[in-house]
Design a protein around this ligand. Structure first.
Ligand code: NAD
Ligand code: UFG
Length: 342
């Protein structure tokens, strides 16, 4: 169903994994979208694919969020209803090697974006935060009142951005921010035309399952089967990326009407173990996933699941797609990229 009123949104990182699915949802709702992306972790094809899928093309501005002149020029040339800020670096391992870079891009980039928004008179932002800000509390399901305790430079950069956004809201009574703490996004649009393109060797479970499914990887290493979980393997709150995108479109009308900083978990509230992921993937797609049990990965928790109640109350949003949809859509996307690169 289309939106009743069409608005213009500015989406940093809109060519990336979560950004592209959110842009698609916005375009399908009849909105106008400008994507600002430097393509450091995305393909230029995504822009045409989004136009073809939605029947309406996004505007593209190629640029880096550290370039204040470019962002200011973009945000003052047009009036935007809100900014959705996805652009940033997201690898935990890389952040440990290059903490300065993560601070510069994620925190510095957000500071620059906020200054450019002020010049352009835009007073609403949706920000990509992460469940990683909660760190190692070990409380599960976890709700938004839990204190933050990030354990790596990536998580610290997200926590620092949350503070910047809260300060902005305190200093300007008209400013609003939806700080969305994502749990574990997986899957792809059901068209299989857009999806996740991990750079280099993936670190997350679903991209690694996909490599084991194609044979690019001999087998999946399961990191530990001695956690205090039903089958001993790690439990996470996997959420279909299209549900996550819908969480953003639900947050927009809310923040447009409610100034202030709103910290919101986006998860399903249901956890699945690594073994359950593998079994579901095999059953839905009829592909074997060879695996072996290995040692625990340092820093991992047994279970990380969202309490999603606040999002339901505040945004009238909840995830609808299940693990079978996530596994089926991820595999359809993977097969499409393997085919197009062969
Ligand atoms: P992604 O890498 O697919 O998308 C990020 C996009 O930003 C890419 O298109 C990239 O080219 C662009 N970008 C990166 N640096 C830029 C810069 N300096 N200037 C302009 N554009 C730049 O990542 P994603 O999975 O879509 O994640 C989006 C956001 O959500 C990130 O901020 C990430 O930290 C956060 N997040 C992701 C996950 C996850 O598991 N994918 C979980 C929690 C939070
Ligand atoms: N796992 C394996 N083998 C692998 C990879 C992962 O068994 O090869 C297990 C992990 O031990 C964990 C589960 O699969 O139990 C999920 O692991 P991911 O790496 O996919 O996800 P995490 O929850 O550990 O971390 C992810 C992102 C972080 C983010 C965090 C919270 O990688 O950046 O979610 O949102 F901070």
């Amino acid at each position: 169903m289309g939106a009743q009123t069409s608005h213009r949104y500015f989406v940093t990182g809109g060519a990336g994994y979560i950004g592209s699915h959110t842009v698609l949802a916005l375009l399908r709702d009849g909105h106008d979208v400008t994507i600002f992306d430097n393509f450091s972790n995305a393909s230029r094809d995504v822009i045409d694919r989004l136009g073809a899928l939605a029947g309406k093309a996004p505007v593209l501005i190629e640029g880096d969020i550290r370039d204040e002149a470019a962002l200011t020029s973009a945000l003052t040339a047009q009036k935007y209803r809100a900014v959705l800020h996805f652009a940033g670096l997201k690898s935990v391992a890389e952040s440990v090697e290059k903490p300065q870079l993560y601070h510069e891009v994620n925190v510095g980039g957000t500071e620059i974006l906020l200054r450019a928004m002020e010049k352009g008179g835009c007073k609403a932002i949706v920000f990509s935060s992460s469940a990683t800000v909660y760190g190692t509390h070990g409380v599960s399901p976890i709700d938004e009142s839990c204190s933050l305790d990030p354990i790596n430079p990536y998580g610290q950069s997200k926590a620092d951005c949350e503070v910047l956004l809260e300060n902005n809201c305190q200093n300007d009574a008209e400013f609003s921010a939806a700080i969305l703490r994502y749990f574990n996004p997986v899957g792809a649009d059901k068209s299989a035309k857009i999806g996740e393109m991990p750079k280099g060797t993936p670190a997350n479970l679903m991209p690694l399952i996909l490599e084991a499914a194609t044979g690019e990887r001999e087998k999946l290493a399961i990191f530990g089967n001695d956690y205090d979980t039903p089958d001993g393997t790690g439990v996470r709150d996997y959420i279909h990326v299209s549900d996550l995108a819908a969480g953003h479109t639900a947050a927009l009308p809310y923040i447009e009407a409610h100034p202030g900083a709103h910290k919101i978990n986006l998860g399903t509230g249901r956890g699945y173990s690594v073994i359950e992921m593998i079994q579901t993937f095999q059953a839905v797609n009829d592909v074997p996933i060879p695996y072996s049990i290995e040692a625990r990965r340092p820093g991992d928790l047994g279970e990380v699941v969202a309490n999603p109640n606040y999002a339901r109350e505040l945004l009238d949003w909840q995830a609808n797609l299940g693990l079978e949809d996530m596994c089926r859509d991820a595999w359809a996307w993977k097969k499409s990229i393997v085919k197009s690169s062969s």
